[in-house]
Design a binder for this molecule. Sequence first.
Ligand code: 5GP
Length: 120
Amino acid sequence: TPPAYDDNNVFARILRGEIPCRRVYEDEFALAFHDINPQAPVHVLVIPKGRWVSLADFSAGASAREIAGFWRAVGHVARELGIEGPGYRMLSNVGANAGQEVPHFHVHLFGGRRLGRMLP
Ligand code: 5GP
């Protein structure tokens, strides 16, 4: 059974405008904003607008249109931030083993410095 979505998670509240964020980009499918605790000179989160806990339920349940729109937005944001040329890292934590803190699917974009190897 897919995990239940918590409408009071912090990113749901950001989507509803109840909590402010430093917005980078928004369209029909996605919202991008700066991470509150940046781990690199550029650290931006991209989230889909739908009620998805992680890539697990997003990839299984979202429409092809939502999935395409979301990933197109991720690429667009990276380009717009100017991190595409020098290179960047994209990461998404899924579930407990990855230490996912916020139960709304999000992709981290890290850039602005050499990142070093980080596997895992
Ligand atoms: P996770 O471990 O779930 O992948 O990471 C959640 C991320 O969300 C963390 O990097 C954390 O700093 C960020 N975050 C948590 N609460 C807020 C918030 O209220 N605003 C913003 N902009 N970022 C947040």
